[in-house]
Design a binder for this molecule. Sequence first.
Ligand SMILES: Nc1ncnc2c1ncn2[C@@H]1O[C@H](COP(=O)(O)OP(=O)(O)O)[C@@H](O)[C@H]1O
Ligand SMILES: [Mg+2]
Length: 319
Amino acid sequence: MQDRYISIEGISRAYPAPGGGVTTIFDDLWLGVARGEFVAVIGHSGCGKTTVLNILAGLDVPSSGVVVVDGKAIEGPSLDRAVIFQSHALLPWKSALGNVAYAVASRWPKWSRGEVSAKAMAAIRLVGLEHAAERRPAELSGGMKQRVGIARALSIDPKILLMDEPFSALDALTRGTLQDEVRNICVETGQTVFMITHDVDEAIYLADKIVLMTNGPGARIAEIVVNPLPDGRTRNDVHRHPAYYPLRNHIIDFLVTRSKSFDGELAAGRPWDARNPPLVNPVAPERAPLAPVPVPAGPSGEAVEAGPVLTQAQRRRTT
Ligand SMILES: Nc1ncnc2c1ncn2[C@@H]1O[C@H](COP(=O)(O)OP(=O)(O)O)[C@@H](O)[C@H]1O
Ligand SMILES: [Mg+2]
């Protein structure tokens, strides 16, 4: 049975519309994320990606539906779930180490200063910032500030790591380096990650699965692309893999045309179930969708389905 460590169950979000009535930004989203899985969400601006992430963070609530993490419905923010924002959101009066230590002390309030400091320093070391541990945010470059944000998120040993376009404000070189570091850390620690990006190559490099959202209002999860690239991929060799272009073209084609036309595809009779978005392998499209397997019951008690895909961490654990 597939592990649904994060289980998004039929969520929608509606806002009052300017002329009266409501606008439903996204509708009836279902998604399971296994423990140790790295999931990236791609969709056009305004389809509700940040809203979904905020719901996962407990900073927003869905208009309908629930999200369950590790068997418990989300009810507000929790130190089990760490967020890395696009802007680092550091406390300006604290040093890099101080910012991380602040998070560690909130997570483990009974710890001694020494324990807090050691844990914070370990996270600072993880992102290669030991030389700048005592500097304040104003004395750090954009990339270093984002590194502190990553260290702070990882320092609290979160059950899930939520990232909203975490590298989009960085220059290309720094972005690449940080992508490498985040990938290495997540692979080594088996971290469960939910990331939003609009960068197709970033999703291909980092994610086990790439969730494709249609345009809002009424945005949907059209399909879930299973990344066929090998676990040992590096940023500099992904484009040499024979699966790279079919994968990339499939995602770009979705963004350019199908994200708009998907409702038309459904109207034309395309089989599709919101509760069980198809798992697609773009390298062997004739095999898509992959065979579903039963997963735990949804909130209304019916069985829901999801694909039999092992995460990188699971594959590593089994080999
Ligand atoms: N408080 C709000 N009131 C009304 N509309 C909102 C509010 N917050 C977000 N929205 C709308 O919800 C839509 C989705 O926003 P967002 O989740 O930020 O999308 P994305 O991250 O995919 O660009 C946008 O059209 C935005 O205008
Ligand atoms: Mg956004």
